[in-house]
Ligand binder design. Structure first.
Ligand code: ADP
Length: 472
């Protein structure tokens, strides 16, 4: 493995997670075992002290019953049976040594003045720990008065205690090493299991970046978080794919819809050039070219408007405006066209209704719906535009008595460039409702349509009075 690869490996979560897990687990175990070790050492020290006290009591009783001689015999015998691990002394109150047994192993350590002082101060006994280099181990020592004039002094080597605790210490260290590796293994196993899902997502992302856009991550119900990641990732891919498909479809549509006017312009120019035409024919060609160019410009502008509205690039103003006034102005604008088609324009409006919104976008929305209602109406038909407020909700309706829309075509009318078969005789580019839908969506509202063939259609736009909030 190159140094770069090993460096990368050290940065991986599957390496670091087990390592951290093992370290924390080992340190916690060390702490627990240390507390345990401390308790054990305290208990063994307590046992030693109990032993010293028991001996002091025995000697005290013996002193009362048999005097110093009896005590001397007893301690000589005990020293013989215990060996080097013990020393005895009998002292006067002032610290003069009357009898000493086994002291040569303890460097004839001096009598503790502080301990004698304690006894003189009415303490029953004094226990202390001595460091005796000649002995090599610490010694626990007791001083206690066994008669008004004699002090019993005894020392117990802590050699056995320390050996016992030493073994325990080594055991702890020996235990920690395998514990670290076992914890690292468990951590590695858990991390591998948990990261398997992440690895699946990565592998799918790699396949997708290599071109397999239809690939998805398998959701295997392993862990909630991983499943959620996989589902979110798949959802994101679905959305991207549908966007790509939409863009592809739009490209096809744009290409198709731009090609027709361009072909017509070219055809006209060609015919005019080939035949020997008069100046009137050239004027007619120029007029037709302008008309076709206007159509092209309208397509391009509306496409740009839709894209900007959908992407949120064009900023939405949020100003208080009277929607009733806006509708009345739109009706005045369309009145001549309606009259020309012999369509009656009626309104059902309150005196005023102030909402928060973007005036120019709302104007586009209302004029698009109104224009369609007139355009796809029959001679002598009616268009009714109404608006009303219900609590925080504003409902705008445009109803006509025209062609109507076949049921199977209803789901498509908001798609870009979609035009119903029956209405193709009318001028139009199939983008008006797409723009209307984009505006309503950016407004946080919704647009619905109900239609009966040959009877008419009803478009309803619902949005909240304060357009900063969304309906859903
Ligand atoms: P355009 O009107 O330019 O064709 P739109 O996007 O405004 O494009 O409308 C899409 C299609 O929906 C229209 O071509 C028409 O077939 C149908 N449509 C829209 N409004 C109405 C209506 N009020 N009555 C009948 N059909 C309609």
């Amino acid at each position: 493995m190159s140094s770069n690869q090993s460096h990368k490996h050290r940065d991986t979560l599957s390496f670091r997670l087990p390592l951290w897990y093992a370290l924390i687990f080992t340190l916690t175990s060390l702490l627990a075992l240390s507390i345990f070790y401390y308790c054990i050492s305290q208990i063994t020290m307590g046992n030693t002290d109990d032993e010293l006290l028991e001996e002091l009591n025995e000697i005290y009783v013996l002193m009362q019953e048999g005097g110093v001689d009896q005590v001397t015999v007893e301690i000589v015998l005990e020293a013989e049976s215990e060996g080097n691990g013990i020393f005895y002394r009998l002292l006067t109150n002032d610290g003069v040594v009357l009898k000493a047994i086994n002291m040569e192993n303890y460097g004839n350590v001096a009598v503790s003045e502080a301990a004698l002082e304690g006894l003189r101060g009415n303490e029953k006994y004094v226990i202390e720990t001595l460091k005796i280099p000649e002995h090599g181990y610490d010694v626990r020592v007791i001083y206690g008065a066994i008669s008004p004039t004699i002090v019993f002094n005894m020392g117990l080597s802590l050699k056995d205690n320390y050996k016992y605790l030493g073994i325990f210490r080594n055991l702890i260290i020996l235990l920690l090493i395998p514990l670290f590796f076992i914890a690292a293994f468990i951590g590695w196993f858990l991390a591998r299991h948990a990261l398997k899902g992440v690895e699946d997502v990565t592998q799918t992302a790699i396949k997708i970046s290599n071109g397999a856009i239809d690939k998805r991550v398998d959701v295997k119900s392993r862990f909630y978080e991983i499943d959620r990641l996989a589902n979110t990732f798949n959802g994101m891919l679905d959305r991207i794919q549908s966007l790509i498909n939409g863009m592809q479809e739009m490209n096809d549509n744009v290409a198709h819809d731009l090609r027709s006017p361009l072909t017509r312009i070219r055809g006209l120019a060609e015919i005019t050039l080939i035949g020997k035409k008069s100046i009137e024919d050239y004027s007619e060609m120029a007029a037709s070219t302008i008309e076709e160019c206007d159509k092209l410009i309208a397509i391009i502008n509306t496409m740009l408007d839709i894209t900007e509205t959908e992407s949120g690039v064009s900023l939405f103003q949020s100003e208080p405006l009277d929607i009733v006034e806006l509708i009345v102005s739109a009706c005045e604008l369309f009145d001549p066209i309606a009259k020309e088609k012999e369509v009656r324009l009626t309104t059902v409006l309150p005196d005023r209704l102030i909402i928060q919104g973007d005036k120019s976008k709302l104007q586009r929305l209302v004029t698009n719906l109104l224009e369609n209602a007139i355009k796809y109406n029959r001679q002598g038909g009616t268009v009714t535009i109404s608006v009303k407020q219900e609590n925080q909700l504003v409902n705008l309706q445009v109803e006509d008595t025209g062609l109507g829309i076949p049921e199977e075509e209803l789901p498509h009318i908001f798609e870009r460039f979609y035009r119903c078969d029956r209405s193709r005789s009318q001028a139009g580019i199939g983008l008006g409702l797409s723009l209307a839908k984009a505006i309503v969506k950016a407004f946080g509202g919704e647009i619905r349509v109900q239609s009966t063939l040959n009877q008419g259609s009803l478009f309803t736009v619902s949005f909240l009075i304060d357009s900063k909030r969304t309906l859903k």
